[in-house]
Design a protein around this ligand. Structure first.
Ligand code: NAD
Ligand code: MG
Length: 389
């Protein structure tokens, strides 16, 4: 039996992971499931999968979870430290599907205990890529990408020499507003930003897709995962979301990964890696699809992409500052405090302030300095938000 833990089990990626695991109950032993406020879902899944422990990251949800699980023999815990403790329990494979920088400490703990880490939580690579990679090396374990674009690149690289790679092309759907007139974007509402044309995902990543902050995170994620130079990473708008990424080699060949927009493919690839096993995803009928289209992203529409370039060039703690500011700006947009286009303004102003005052590029990188930078970025972003008002 493979011992499995799912962090962020109640979210979109978590539920897709459970869908795959639940199809083969004899193959997997579930160690821990973690979630947030949706304790009913967490309890249901913990019972169905016979988990050892269920953890909510919120202490005020603990009593309700304990009540739902009483008499089942499933242990209950709460709070951020308990999530990290769950990630530290002996397991063979952990899915990190928490949203935001909150996924960093648990993911790091999993690697430090030698557990294979399937990483959907892109924020941990953006903020602390070098730390996670060196933890994986030190503890003789692997980090497997789950973001669909990065899984696609990972698959295109099987059997290849990374030195032969000329470029990586990350595709982007263009998000909810790809065809909106530019002057309407400033007035985009939360509801409009929260619906994605192709993918069903959590609310935060869906809004990040509309602003392309998600793609910005993914460009940085690609640099951290594959160790290529920033100028080797490109993005192209591909509205159909069928090609997830392409890898260009020095002989001019471009290897594309094609599949339906279903995260169970990337999750399943990481689950069964290095094997390939049957997955319950749609098989594409290319003749029916007929055509796929591509276009260059408009920098005026997507200022997040230029910010990603800056982060990739500057390196160091800039990724932590970028992500912290982005999370704070997204919170403010969700709370109705700032407009859709203000998010990029806030992130840029925060990076400007922090690069000059807080020396991000040359600071030593550790889990502590990353988390401190994240906190500081949220404070600086809050200042920028009140400057806007
Ligand atoms: P989601 O919002 O649907 O789920 C997030 C999960 O994290 C939930 O279980 C929630 O309870 C938990 N969580 C939230 N805040 C937490 C905290 N502070 N501490 C501990 N747990 C917390 O999100 P999602 O769409 O499943 O995305 C999860 C991660 O995967 C994100 O990093 C996202 O960028 C990445 N990702 C998602 C998709 C997708 O298709 N949804 C695709 C690629 C990458
Ligand atoms: Mg993605």
């Amino acid at each position: 039996m493979r011992r499995i833990t799912i962090l962020g089990a109640t979210g979109s990626i978590g539920q897709n992971t459970i869908d795959l695991i639940a199809r083969q109950p004899d193959r997997y032993h579930v160690v821990a499931l973690t979630g947030g406020r949706n304790v009913a879902q967490l309890a249901r899944d913990a019972i169905a999968l016979r988990a050892e422990v269920a953890v909510t990251c919120y202490d005020d949800c603990r009593a309700e979870l304990a009540n739902l699980l009483s008499g089942t023999g499933i242990a209950v815990a709460s709070g951020p430290a308990a999530v990290t403790e769950a990630a530290s329990r002996p397991a063979d494979w952990i899915m990190s599907a928490i949203v935001g920088v909150a996924g960093l400490a648990p993911g790091y703990a999993a690697l430090s205990h030698g557990t294979t880490l399937a990483l959907a939580n892109k924020e941990s690579l953006v903020t602390a890529g070098p730390i996670l990679k060196s933890a994986a090396t030190r503890h003789g374990t692997r980090l497997l990408p789950v973001d669909s674009e990065h899984s696609a690149v990972f698959q295109a690289l099987v059997g290849e020499d990374i030195a032969a790679v000329e470029r990586i092309v990350i595709t982007a759907s263009g998000g909810a507003f790809r065809d909106w007139p530019l002057d309407k974007l400033a007035r985009a509402t939360l509801a409009e930003a929260s619906s994605h044309p192709n993918w069903a995902m959590g609310q935060r990543i869906t809004i990040d897709s509309a602003s392309m902050f998600n793609k910005a995170l993914e460009l940085i994620e690609a640099k951290e995962l594959f160790g290529v130079r920033p100028d080797q990473i490109e993005t192209v708008i591909h509205p159909e979301s069928l090609i997830h990424a392409l890898v260009g080699f020095r002989d001019g060949a471009l290897m594309a990964h094609v599949g339906p927009p279903d995260m169970r493919h990337a999750i399943g690839y990481a689950l069964h890696w290095p094997d390939r096993q049957h997955l319950p995803v749609e098989r594409l009928d290319l003749a029916k699809i007929g055509q796929m289209t591509f276009r260059a992203p408009d920098p005026a529409r997507y200022p997040a992409l230029a910010l990603a370039r800056r982060v990739m060039e500057e390196g160091g703690l800039t990724g932590a500052a970028f992500n912290g500011a982005k999370e704070a700006a997204l919170d403010a947009f969700i709370a109705g405090q700032i407009g859709f286009l203000d998010m990029a303004r806030v992130v840029e102003a925060t990076l400007d302030k922090m690069s000059s005052q807080d020396g991000l590029q040359n600071a030593a990188m550790s889990l502590d300095t990353v988390l401190q930078t994240d906190k500081l970025a949220r404070i600086r972003a809050a200042e920028s938000i009140s400057d806007l008002g």
